[in-house]
Write a protein that binds this ligand. Structure first.
Ligand code: TTP
Ligand code: MG
Ligand code: MG
Length: 396
């Protein structure tokens, strides 16, 4: 029996949440992201803005040139997290096998719901329609859904649906790929829509005259292996619509990170430490909200010449504490940064996520005190916002 995998991705997610805060934004060209004067980039843009060529990850200054009337809204992270949690909860009440892959996106294995075991089995189409209209009516958010026999094709189905929407409006698409038609569905699509085809691989494929996924599927698999190694073999399988990865519920989130690009390059140690501390606090808060801790702390640095490096270290025990993340990040920074060297971008993240260790004896009294302080700070932040309160200098 082929599986039935549903993939859901919210339409212009951050923008949709902003429209709930301010209904007058509806239908207007607007973007959520950083201010243009601080080298901000677009996080999410409304479908009306997309008609002007505005896209995610584009510098906000460029977005404004493309769309002069663009309204720029700054991010309200806690709202996005809250709405994302509600959507995921909704999915988990639909079926037990839910894999969240990003803040606004998840796979659900609905195979069991479609089996005619006890009386009338639902069709994938009804499941998708009902889910979409519930999320729209109860949570106020538009979404697009793809359904296929595996994750790879379901995700691409969602993307194809989003592209076929009416110009200037959230697509609200539902796209079904019947079992057996995977390869035919993928055949005409551009090669770079296939997972594993980045810009470099796409360019090398184009040199061979391969521009579509079907082109990859028809190319001899041995030759793809010769040219691209193991990835080539995988590409050949995927291009034919084959993917047997299961939907996994645990540790769907692989890493949590936060970064900032400075308006002007920064060489002052204290300013850098201050930024790292802010970023560590955001990472810590996001960890605690989803009840996870990270075993590995990493930093990312971009120098003024745009060269970028990352460094990481694995702790003896996973942490979800701002202070520990910050201090570890300072140490990593001190190791790679020559004194006084200017920095363009800095980021902090954690990976190796798992359940936080909570046993008292492993922590000791000081750690327990620190955690209670952290919980109090979290509660204050929730009530009064980010800048309301912060600790003094970190103790090394
Ligand atoms: P996406 O699902 O990629 O984009 P979207 O929901 O805004 O629009 P659509 O799916 O309809 O194409 O990302 C989900 C959210 O993640 C997005 O609303 C904002 C955030 N995000 C960023 O902050 N930076 C980015 O570069 C991207 C791509 C997304
Ligand atoms: Mg989305
Ligand atoms: Mg998404």
């Amino acid at each position: 029996m082929p599986r039935k995998i549903l993939h859901l991705d919210l339409d212009a997610f951050f923008c949709a949440v902003e429209e709930l805060r301010d209904a007058s934004l509806r239908g207007k060209p607007f973007a959520v992201g950083g201010r243009p004067e601080t080298r901000g980039v677009v996080s999410s843009c409304s479908y009306a803005a997309r008609s002007f060529g505005v896209r995610s990850a584009m510098p906000m200054s460029r977005a404004l040139r493309l769309c002069p009337g663009l309204i720029v809204i700054s991010q309200h992270w806690s709202n996005y997290g809250e709405m994302s949690d509600k959507v995921m909860e909704r999915l988990r009440s639909l079926a037990p096998l839910v894999e969240q892959v990003s803040i606004d996106e998840a796979f659900v294995d609905i195979s069991d719901m479609c089996r005619p075991a006890s009386g009338a089995a639902a069709t994938p189409e009804t499941i998708a329609r009902n889910l979409q209209s519930e999320i729209r009516t109860d949570l106020g958010l538009p979404c697009s859904i793809g359904i296929a026999s595996n994750k790879l094709v379901a995700k691409i189905a969602t993307e194809v649906g989003k592209k076929s929407g009416k110009q200037g409006e959230p697509p609200n698409a539902i796209t079904l790929v019947p079992a057996g038609e995977e390869a035919a569905f993928l055949d005409p699509l551009p090669a770079d829509m296939l997972w594993g085809v980045g810009p470099k691989t796409a360019a090398r494929l184009a040199e061979l005259g391969i521009h579509t996924i079907g082109g990859i599927a028809r190319w001899p698999a041995d030759d793809l292996f010769q040219r691209f190694g193991e990835n080539g073999r995988e590409l050949s399988r995927r291009a034919r619509g084959l993917d047997d990865r299961p939907v996994v519920t645990e540790h769907a989130v692989k890493s949590i990170s936060q970064e900032v690009t400075f308006a002007r390059d920064i060489s002052n140690d204290r300013a850098l430490e201050g930024s790292l501390r802010d970023l560590a606090a955001q990472v810590g808060r996001r960890l605690r909200r989803v009840d996870l801790a990270g075993a590995t702390v990493k930093i990312k640095i971009r120098w003024p010449d745009f060269t970028t490096l990352t460094r990481q270290v694995t702790l003896t025990q996973p942490t979800d504490q701002d202070e520990e993340i910050a201090v570890t990040a300072f140490d990593l920074l001190a190791k790679v940064r020559p004194k006084g060297k200017a920095v363009r971008l800095i980021g902090v993240g954690v990976t190796g996520l798992g359940a936080p260790v909570r046993q008292l004896e492993l922590w000791g009294e000081d750690a327990e005190k620190a955690r209670r302080l952290q919980a109090t700070l979290d509660a204050l932040h929730e009530r009064f916002g980010d800048k309301a309160i912060r600790r003094g200098k970190p103790h090394k």
